[in-house]
Design a binder for this molecule. Sequence first.
Ligand code: FES
Length: 109
Amino acid sequence: MITIHLQPHDPRQAAHTLQAQPDQSLMQAAVDANLPGIQADCGGLLTCATCHVVVHEDWEKQLPPMGSDEDGMLAFTAQTRAPGSRLSCQITLTAELDGLQVTLPASQY
Ligand code: FES
C-alpha cells in the first residue's frame, strides 16, 4: 500500500491520509476514499481539470514529467496554476511515491 497525504487548501484543517494501491491514479484513490476536494468529472479522461492538486515541492521531482495534454489542461483549473500543479488523474502511484504530499485547491470549479 502507498500512503498519500492530502492537505486541504485551508492550512488550519488537518490533512487527509489515505492508503492506495500501486498503479492506481491518485485521482482514483481519492475518489474511492470519498475524499472531498477532488471532483474528477471526466473520470480521468483528461478533459475536465477538476482533479487539480498542488504537489509539495519535496515531491515534485519524484513524479514523471507531465505530458503536453496535461500541461495544456492545467490552463483550465479553477485555482490558478502553481509551480507544483498537476492533474491527479495523471499521477500513477508507485512505491516511490509512498508518503506523497499534495495540497488541494480551494475549489475545483
Ligand atoms: S479527472 Fe478530469 S482531468 Fe483529471
